[in-house]
Write a new protein. Sequence first.
Length: 140
Amino acid sequence: MQFIDQSIELLKDNGYKITGPRVAVLNALATAHIPLSPYDIEERIPENIPVNVVTIYRVLDVFEQLGIVHRILTKHGYVRCDFEEKPGCHHFAICDRCEQVSEFVQKKECDTEMRIPSQCHFQSAGHFAEVTGLCEACSR
């Protein structure tokens, strides 16, 4: 459970307490291979852990700020970050059939995407890219 251990360390390093709801959300995300909505996460949390969807939204906000999760806009859900040190921004390839998400980074394209707004006299704070289609398994 490297994802959980790294997430807990990151939370501690940033002054956050390790609470039951945070650990429950981490556990739900750790085994997911598709984007999960807060309601999907709620369904994966054992009934003996008192967590409601409002708390899950708050937990996800903290996790997103710390880079523990990524929001997948096209699927209205969240996926765990792989925590690998890669230069550039995280982008995603999302299968339309099985909904599996693959995270990738291409630094050259990232640099270009960050320069484009300056041509419009706009200071960019960030960007994202989601590519949809069929994964290798589903395209067969």
